[in-house]
Write a protein that binds this ligand. Structure first.
Ligand code: ZN
Length: 212
């Protein structure tokens, strides 16, 4: 337990791995966390009067690894948490003072474990970068999906799986100002950024005017 970080378990996967959120904030904000959350909810509720945002920290949510076989994503989550907490740079100090950062290191722990087992069972020494090496060619179904081989990045609307359900339930407790969704691309791919093309990711339940 630290006065600037706390780890909470928000639920469990099909294979009973914990779903965790690490919250990082200044000691002052950490001591005031529930009050900060209530104000943030007030900000998201149009029926309530607008709170004084100049005194409120930004709520940032960093989500990693919805695809379990994109391992650098969850590794980056750990390094990011360490940097935000330990760095003595002005940027990190500024973040700690003015933000509450929630880190979800892996949205799909079951898939990540399936992938890790494959990689650790098949890697050699020295490491082999050849994409044809067995380490880099998981046997089907691979670690992209969860226990039921469902791509959790397609579950945000149906919410058929516990990993997504507990996450969305948590999300409604905070309504973060910033949300990120970190993936890993293949070494021969460019990184994917939105927008791709006009209305490239059109959703039947999201009006077009919201996408501009
Ligand atoms: Zn991905």
């Amino acid at each position: 337990m630290s006065e600037t970080a706390q780890l909470q378990t928000i639920g469990y996967t099909h294979e009973h791995r914990p779903k965790v959120i690490l919250t990082i904030a200044s000691a002052k904000n950490m001591g005031n966390l529930e009050q900060i959350r209530q104000k943030q909810l007030q900000l998201a509720d149009p029926s309530q009067s607008k709170p004084d945002v100049s005194t409120m920290p930004s709520i940032v949510h960093l989500g990693y690894g919805v695809h379990g076989n994109e391992p650098s994503s969850a590794e980056a989550a750990i390094l990011t948490a360490y940097w935000i907490m330990a760095s003595q740079s002005d940027l990190a100090k500024n973040l700690r003072e003015n933000m509450v950062v929630h880190i979800d290191p892996t949205l799909n722990p079951d898939g990540r474990d399936r992938h890790s087992l494959w990689a650790n069972s098949n890697k050699g020494f020295p490491p082999v970068a050849d994409p044809l090496d067995r380490e880099h060619n998981e046997a089907w179904p691979g670690g992209r999906t969860n226990h039921y081989w469902f791509d959790l990045n397609r579950d945000w609307l149906p919410l058929a799986h516990p990993e997504s359900r507990v996450k969305v339930e948590w999300y409604h407790q905070w309504y973060p100002n910033v949300t990120t969704d970190f993936h890993e691309m293949g070494t021969n791919s460019t990184y994917f950024f939105e927008p791709t093309k006009p209305f490239g990711s059109e959703n039947p339940v999201v009006p077009r005017k919201k996408l501009r």
